[in-house]
Design a protein around this ligand. Structure first.
Ligand code: ATP
Length: 290
């Protein structure tokens, strides 16, 4: 995503040729002047963003900032009240949303899995866009092979026939990423993928996400989180949201500064980066204990 207007200091605004609709021709996701209003509340206010192929965005902000609302637009789940949203070159409101959704990889850690399905069965439901295995639908041999390859690539080698209720949270997270990738999307959306994971499972999941970006360099992604510690090393860009407003957006090192993150979370926060990972802490004002 690239913030286009107004552009904060340090944000790249390099022009790209535009389509007839005004979206840059290389955009995977383009929001132009987007506001979302529900029940009299402004969930998003005049947001401009562009995500291009190969960019890995982090979307950060406090509770209620509008992150899920923005991800809902990117996933073709909701309509804007004002402005335009183009996903994979198709305009929300002018295209069939069901078919567009099937081209977007959407990872929701709260995805409900009905009954005792195996990892392979769950990943296959990505092809039908359903929760359960579709009646009278049979995958082709090539589709099965593709699913098994993905399961291996996601660090679940040999576990394709494991049943969902017996999996750890971390294994479920990686299986849901495989499910999202089975349609070979150009855009991958990750909604707080590290929620509920212990530190080891979180680190494995982040390593998996970094690995994906190396395997599919053109894949664009948007990852929503509240925690800077949950950002993959391969994150290239960040957007900070507060109260439906974009506080900053652009290359990750320009955006994730102590000042901008503090303004976003309305609390003094010190940002540090080590070995490509981010850490956030709050300067203490009271004398330390012990
Ligand atoms: N249908 C709706 N009608 C009215 N207000 C809504 C509706 N959906 C969400 N909101 C409000 O809009 C704001 C933004 O919600 P959103 O879920 O996008 O925030 P978020 O940044 O994802 O929050 P969290 O980090 O808590 O998940 C919140 O204050 C929420 O209560």
């Amino acid at each position: 995503m690239t913030l286009q207007h107004p552009a904060p200091a340090g944000t790249s605004t390099s022009p790209a040729p535009s389509t007839a609709d005004g979206a840059p021709s290389d955009a995977v996701l383009h929001l132009a002047g987007v506001s979302v209003l529900r029940s009299g509340n402004v969930l998003l206010d005049a947001v401009h963003l562009t995500v291009r192929a190969g960019e890995h965005w982090a979307l950060l902000g406090p509770n209620g900032a509008g992150k899920s609302t923005m991800l809902g637009l990117a996933g073709a789940l909701t309509h804007p009240s004002r402005g335009t949203v183009d996903v994979l070159g198709r305009r929300i409101g002018r295209t069939d949303l069901m078919s567009l959704r099937r081209e977007i990889g959407h990872v929701d850690p709260r995805h409900p899995v009905p009954g005792p399905m195996t990892i392979e069965e769950v990943v296959l439901t990505g092809l039908t866009g359903s929760r359960a295995t579709m009646m009278r639908w049979e995958p082709s041999a090539a589709q099965r092979t593709h699913v098994r390859e993905l399961v291996d690539q996601l660090g679940l080698a040999g576990k394709a026939s494991r049943e969902w209720p017996l999996l750890s949270q971390g294994e479920r997270g990686r299986a849901l990423i495989a499910r999202a990738l089975v349609v070979e999307p150009r855009l991958l959306l990750l909604d707080e993928p590290a929620t509920g994971l212990d530190v080891a499972a979180r680190e494995q999941l982040l390593e998996t996400v970094d690995h994906l970006h190396m395997l599919w360099p053109d894949l664009a992604s948007v990852l929503v989180t509240h925690h800077l510690e949950e950002l993959p090393v391969t994150t290239t860009h960040a957007a900070l949201l507060n109260g439906g407003h974009l506080v900053a957006a652009g290359p990750v090192d320009d955006v994730l500064t102590s000042d901008q993150v503090s303004a976003t979370f309305e609390h003094p926060i010190r940002i540090a980066r080590e070995d490509g990972r981010w850490r956030a802490s709050s300067p203490r004002t009271a004398p330390s204990l012990g």
